[in-house]
Ligand binder design. Structure first.
Ligand code: DLL
Length: 456
């Protein structure tokens, strides 16, 4: 299945046979069903090549392995992966923008970006081969959820720097489906298109689909009467209760899809028709579960933080990336026959990142936005609510009594400066409320910045 390929720098790369020739995908022959022993062999040979590539081309990886007195030759088996150093989100921030790239232009043909922990985003890169592999992974995601050539896919994930839009788009086209690239927003128009174009599959965040359900109700449109039969939902945590609500109210099957920009975007893992855990496409991503405190590896079935290593990602290899997503590996085999292992639905994170309308937000970003504005006190609280299926964010900030006086010009100016900064840094609008000194409860330990009322 692999061809050897040498790039301009004379380095060895593994080339996969493309599986994304439009509409030619045969789900039964996907690596999802490889015998486990063969899968482990693939993983080991890809891991060895990937670590060598990263060691030779990414200064940070080389330095960290040197600290551990390691070279790629120390990897003698898959289990030896635990000897390798971790990578964390702040490594991407500290090397912003391109410090973790293993090759430059023209090999890099695509860039995406996602929220960092403060003002700057993190940047991720793809070679053409990486884009092709990603497309193949999305084809496998669609196939696992029962989609096929001829489906009409409305893609309401955001197009742009976010990986959701283009990731789902390329995959749907390669599957042989028709894609309608609606991107997010303008919900009435989305519903009109869904109805008039005979859409069979919707791809968006689960919270946005809940909003679509509500809006359709107000427009007098019964989604159950439309050809729509499946939704591929991800980019944020959602519960089994939410799945039941969606399926009951819209008459579709709701599938969970997982991924993150640092690793590839969507396409890291997906549910299958059994809707019981997400298969990780293990031939491309090696999963481990660790205790987030001790960093020790945990056995299958025990909940911990998911750590992923890319096994074929040439522009930006990721070695033992700490996702901060909490889950467990399900040890039982799946009735669908796939041999690639499943993780449980992701329920929470081990850090303070939250996701609102599909956008990742760290309280530290909000703090950075506030601190740029003179006249605010470093006391703030973030309140998340949900109304009519839409998430809303309010930032309460302490300021002086003077700014709170009725019709205070300085107060209004302050609010608009904060709103502008927040929108600029987060990319979403937040309601800003000014409160008086000491209005926000003080804490003796870690400040409680976030009050999430969305599930109340
Ligand atoms: O959210 C990629 C994606 C797009 C996945 C569309 C699925 C569908 P990021 O913006 O980098 O990438 O955010 C990644 O989102 O670490 C999780 O915390 C969260 N996340 C993604 N999918 C799920 C999911 C995309 N199915 C971060 N369930 C991840 C729970 C999810 N959390």
């Amino acid at each position: 299945m692999c061809l050897k390929h040498t790039n301009e720098k004379g380095k060895l790369m593994l080339m996969e046979t493309p599986i994304n020739t439009i509409g030619q995908f045969n789900p039964a022959s996907a690596p999802d069903y490889l015998p486990v022993a063969q899968l482990r062999q693939w993983q080991f040979s890809r891991l060895s090549a990937m670590v060598k590539w990263a060691y030779e081309n990414v200064q940070m990886v080389r330095a960290r392995m040197a600290q551990r007195q390691m070279t790629p030759d120390d990897l003698q088996s898959l289990e030896d992966i635990t000897k390798l150093p971790f990578t964390v989100k702040n490594d991407l921030r500290d090397t912003y923008p391109f410090g973790l790239f293993a090759c430059g232009f023209p090999e890099v043909v695509r860039l995406h970006a996602s929220s960092g922990t403060t003002g700057k985003p993190i940047v991720v890169a793809y070679t053409q081969q990486d884009v092709d592999v990603w497309t193949g992974l999305m084809v496998r995601t669609f196939a696992a959820c029962g989609l096929h050539k001829g489906d009409v896919v409305q893609n309401s994930y955001g197009y742009g720097l976010f990986t959701g839009g283009l990731g789902f788009h390329y995959g749907a086209e390669a599957l042989g489906a028709a894609v309608i690239p609606t991107s997010g927003g303008n919900t009435e128009r989305q519903i009109m298109i869904m109805k008039d174009f005979g859409v069979t599959v919707i791809c968006c965040t689960p919270s946005y689909f809940v909003h679509i359900i509500e809006q359709a109700g107000q427009m007098g449109i019964d989604l159950k009467k439309l050809p729509l039969r499946a939704g591929l939902f991800g980019a944020e945590p959602w519960t089994e209760e939410m799945r039941r609500h969606i399926e009951k109210e819209s008459g579709i099957k709701a599938y969970d899809c997982y991924g993150l920009s640092e690793i590839v975007g969507p396409g890291v893992g997906s549910e299958c028709l059994a809707q019981n855990g997400l298969h990780i496409f293990e031939d491309y991503f090696y999963p481990e579960i660790i205790d987030p405190e001790t960093e020790e590896n945990l056995p299958e079935d025990v909940e911990g933080e998911l750590v992923l290593t890319t096994l074929s990602k040439w522009a930006m290899p990721m070695i033992r990336y700490r996702t901060r997503d909490m889950t467990r590996i399900i040890p039982e085999s799946c009735p669908c026959g796939r041999t690639v292992r499943r993780i449980e639905k992701i329920s929470r994170r081990s850090d303070d990142m939250f996701i609102i309308r599909g956008v990742n937000v760290f309280p530290s970003q909000i703090e950075a936005a506030l601190l740029r504005v003179e006249g605010t006190l470093p006391h703030y609280q973030i309140i998340l609510t949900r109304s009519k299926g839409l998430d809303r964010i309010e930032v309460q900030v302490e300021t002086s009594e003077k700014n709170l006086e009725e019709k205070s010009k300085s107060g209004e100016e302050l609010k608009s400066k904060i709103s502008y900064n927040l929108e600029h840094i987060l990319g979403i609008r937040a309601k800003v409320t000014l409160v008086g000194p000491n209005a926000i409860p003080r804490s003796e330990g870690k400040a409680k910045r976030l009050i999430d009322k969305r599930h109340q």
